[in-house]
Every structure is written in C-alpha cells, then in structure tokens.
Design a protein around this ligand. Structure first.
Ligand SMILES: *Cc1c(COP(=O)(O)O)cnc(C)c1O
Length: 365
C-alpha cells in the first residue's frame, strides 16, 4: 500500500520533540495566542523573509483576512485561476468581490498572465495568483502587471511553503501572502491552521486586529473582526516541523525528479513541467495523460493511492454556474480532464517511487 501522504511517518520521526512541546503547552495552559504562536510567527517570518507573519485559523481565513487587509471591497473584481481549490474563490466572495477566472498556462498549470492582463477592467482591484502544486508563479511578471495597472497582489501560498523565486520565498512577493497548515500541506499541522505574511506594518497591525474580534486591546473593538487565531497546540507542532521543512521539500524534489526521469520516456504521459523561474516544492506531482482513467485504475488495483486535483475547474462548478455562464477556459478544462496526482511525500522511498513508475509503465506500454 502506497498512500498519497504519510503523516504518521512524519510524526514518528520527530515524535519526542512534538510530544514534549505539547505536554509543556498543556501544563502552561496559555491556549489562546500563547507563547508558541508568538514564537512561530517570529520563526516563520524569519524563515520566509517576511517582515510580519500573523497566525490565523486556516488557509481559507488567511486568504479572507488578507483580502480585507489589502482593501478589497464589495463590487471589486479579483483576477484569479479556475484551476485551484475552491477556497481561493470563496475568499474573494467572502469580501463581496467577484472572482474573474482566466485560463492557465498548459505547462505550469498556473495563471496565464497574458490572459490576466486582457481581463483587467476598471473594477479590477487585485491579482490573486496561486502557486499551484508548489510551483511559484512568475512573480516578477505579476508585480510588473500589478504596477502597470495599479492593482494589489494577494498570493495564495497554501501549496508553496518554502518555494522561492530567486532568493525570495513565496508569500513575500505580493502585498500579502496566505498560507495553509492543513495536515497534508508541505508544512502541515495536526488540524487546521493558517498564516498571513506581509511586509507592511499597517497591514500586519490590521490583520492582528481582524483575527481577534476587531480588538486592538482587550475589550476595545475598532471594527467587526473574526475569531480566527492559530491554535497554540498547532503552533507547537508547526514549530517542530518548521525546523525540517527544507529537508522535507528537498525530499519532495528528489521524488519528483525520480518520477520525471522515468515518465518522460513514456508515450501517452506528460510529466509536470518545471519552468525554472522559481524553486518548485512539489506539494503535488501531477502528470497529464489522455489515458488518465486507465492509469488511475491500474494504480488503485495495485494498492497505490492517486487523486485528481482538480476534476472540475471553478468556472464549471455548480456554485459559479450563474456567475460564469458562457465562460470557456479550454486549457483549464482540458487539464482537468487529463491530470493525475501521484503519491509524493518526504518519507517516500526510491523503491516506492519505482513501484509507482512500474505500474504506470506497464499500463501505457
Ligand atoms: C488548502 C488550500 C487552501 C485552503 O486552506 P485551508 O487551510 O484548508 O483553509 C486554499 N488554497 C489552496 C490552493 C489550497 O490548496
């Protein structure tokens, strides 16, 4: 049996440290915005090279509060990708803005910036690129586009913790970055969690108020905020894993490159393309094949997990049926029909990778 991720293996490897930290936090009983949350915010800000990092309750909340902090309001349009998890677009709707979906690049699966530029109207306020599957969007190009048209940039970094463009990590390239610590993410907790990064002191202050009931001082409320704090126990776990994140991401790249060197020789299979603009951290390893369903069946028949991320692009989701009537995004539609994500996790052995490769080779031969 080869799973998509091995959360238990990752836990057991650093169990002593996590268990000791959890016990200590239980004894201390400072459960809300306690010392581990504060330390984790400092440590992640330093790791990412961001001026400020604000822990929140989930990646979805990180996007939501990030959009509020970036000043996105009802009636605004936010340009984003249809080939992402629903939360990207949900957050845009939470602030009363309208997601404008534009097609993706067929090689990287990331937003096509030429199409993004063509979709800009006088109501456009922000670009919301997603570093999908861990591959950074060309943020220099995003920045130039944003500057040319006076737009804000909110980065969805839920899948790209540790990915970088040059020396700069994702989450530090736009006005705000939103991270998720959902258990299966590159840096994953034992429950929900999220983080917003920014280099703006004013936005950071606003985000701290927003996540804590609009409160800048206990029982003083300056606006309607949210109950969206990173949990103290999650912060313990995340601090322990943060120390190993580079090793985890290196290991994901090892697995990916082993897959790619074998898959690129096979007919009917297109391995994921690394565009070299940034450092890809392979949250997912996603191939394309017209024989996707056949491969999927063969893998499952051999007790190997696999998954389709994402089977329905957002403009074709029921929830956006009315808003997106008549919208056609052929690249996203064709990628959705052909994509297949293989198991990838830091603990995966070369033997396991070779087993997956062997089943695919037999299927497409
Ligand atoms: C996981 C994910 C989110 C949402 O994060 P949660 O922590 O689950 O709320 C948002 N965007 C993308 C691209 C994601 O993969």
């Amino acid at each position: 049996m080869i799973p998509m991720v091995d959360l238990k293996g990752q836990y057991l490897a650093i169990k002593d440290e996590i268990d000791a930290g959890l016990l200590q936090a239980l004894e201390k009983t400072q459960f809300i915005l306690g010392p581990n949350v504060q330390a984790f915010e400092r440590e992640t800000a330093e790791y990412l090279g961001a001026e400020h990092a604000i822990g929140v309750a989930s990646g979805t909340d990180a996007l939501h509060l990030g959009l509020i902090a970036a000043g996105i309001r009802p009636g605004d349009e936010v340009i984003t990708t249809p080939f992402t998890f629903i939360a990207t677009a949900e957050a845009i709707r939470y602030v009363g803005a309208t997601p404008i979906f534009v097609d993706i690049d067929p090689a990287t699966f990331n937003i096509d910036l030429a199409k993004a530029e063509a979709a800009i109207t006088e109501r456009t306020r922000a670009l919301l690129p997603v570093h999908l599957f861990g591959q950074p969007v060309d943020m220099q190009a995003v920045g130039a586009l944003a500057e040319k048209h006076g737009l804000s940039v909110v980065e969805d970094c839920a899948q790209s913790f540790g990915a970088a463009v040059g020396q700069r990590k994702t989450g530090t390239l736009g006005a705000v970055g939103a991270f998720s610590f959902f258990p299966s993410k590159n840096l994953g907790g034992f429950g929900d969690g999220g983080l917003v990064t920014t280099n703006s002191a004013a936005m950071a202050e606003h985000l701290r108020v927003l996540r804590n009931h609009g409160s800048w001082k206990q029982y003083h409320h300056s606006e309607i905020g949210f109950n969206s704090r990173l949990d103290e126990l999650q912060a313990v776990i995340l601090r322990a894993k943060l120390k190993h994140i580079d090793r985890y991401n290196d290991s994901r790249r090892r697995v990916a490159h082993r897959y790619t060197s074998a898959l690129k020789e096979m007919a009917d299979v297109t391995p994921p393309h690394e565009d070299g603009i940034g450092r890809h951290v392979y949250h997912q390893y996603t191939l394309l094949s017209e024989r996707r369903d056949e491969i999927m069946q063969a893998l499952r028949g051999n007790d190997i997990a696999c998954a389709v991320y994402y089977p329905i692009p957002l403009h074709q989701q029921e929830v956006f049926a009315e808003a997106c009537r008549g919208v056609e995004l052929p690249v996203a539609e064709s990628v959705s029909a052909q994509c297949l994500s293989l198991p990838i996790f830091p603990e995966m052995t070369d033997e396991q990778v070779d087993t997956v490769i062997g089943v695919i080779r037999e299927t497409v031969a």
